[in-house]
Unconditional design. Structure first.
Length: 255
């Protein structure tokens, strides 16, 4: 069931989204050669504490997970696509890092992700990240009243496939609001004109993921959470929480 949010609820989701923005900004700024992934998690946790917000990630345990998620920040490095568990690993020059963060404030949730390179970037990594961001922008542009979920999926998939990149099988965006994961699902590839029609008051987390090697397959790391590319190629992830409104898409996690 899809809950349509009131304008006041969307404003409240924006406030949660801005906590997410502050945490992602702080974590990216702190990410440098020699900094551990656990240290980045602590930076993000500090932002939650200062805002009086809670984490929808910490302790989250969906059906596939062997254990509850142990952190407030997902940090996925190089061939990790999403759901990376922060560890003592220390960042190295040239690492491609994707960070994903959520915050719950006043009963509403925001969720966003971005990718960047630590230190000296490879041109191929910059192209991968830029494609994820373009796919996200295309998906948001399609998130208008009267369109359908398939229009968002088609817009994202078209950008990713044109660049020659893979799209992880079965993973995509989702509805969001009082909970981090709500209906409807938002695939990263699909046919236009199909699926649920978009209405004013819907809120979606739109999140393309791209695999540099062009494959769509992946596997879970031994921690049961981190998803890694099967061919060892690098991956990038971009995400915003977006409200569907009569005035057009409103990005609630705009940076």
């Amino acid at each position: 069931m899809v809950e349509l949010k009131t304008d006041a609820s969307i404003d409240a989701m924006y406030e949660a989204g801005q906590v997410v923005v502050r945490a992602l900004t702080a974590a990216q700024k702190a990410a440098d050669v020699g900094v551990s992934l656990l240290e980045l998690d602590e930076v993000a946790h500090d932002v939650l504490r200062e805002a009086g917000a809670a984490s929808p990630f910490l302790g989250y345990r969906p059906a596939f997970a062997p254990t509850p998620f142990p952190a407030v920040l997902c940090v996925s490095v190089n061939d990790a696509i999403v759901h990376g568990v922060p560890t003592r690993y220390r960042l190295r020059d040239g690492d491609l890092v994707s960070i994903d963060f959520g915050a719950e404030l006043g009963g509403w949730v925001g969720d966003s992700a971005l990718s960047f390179v630590v230190g000296t970037p490879r041109e191929a990594d910059l192209r991968l990240i830029e494609t994820a961001e373009r796919a996200l922008a295309a998906g948001i542009e399609a998130a208008v009243v009267g369109n359908r979920i398939g229009d968002i999926a088609h817009a994202i998939g078209t950008v990713c496939r044109a660049a020659g990149y893979g799209i992880p099988d079965g993973f995509g965006g989702h509805g969001i609001g009082r909970r981090m994961h709500e209906d409807p699902g938002v695939p990263n590839e699909g046919r236009p004109g199909r699926g649920m029609r978009l209405r004013h008051g819907m809120a979606l987390a739109i999140e393309p993921m791209v695999i540099a090697g062009g494959i769509d397959t992946f596997h879970a790391a031994p921690d049961g959470w981190t998803l890694k590319t099967d061919d060892g190629s690098r991956a990038a992830h971009a995400e915003h929480t977006v409200a569907i409104t009569d005035a057009g898409p409103r990005i609630l996690t705009a940076r």
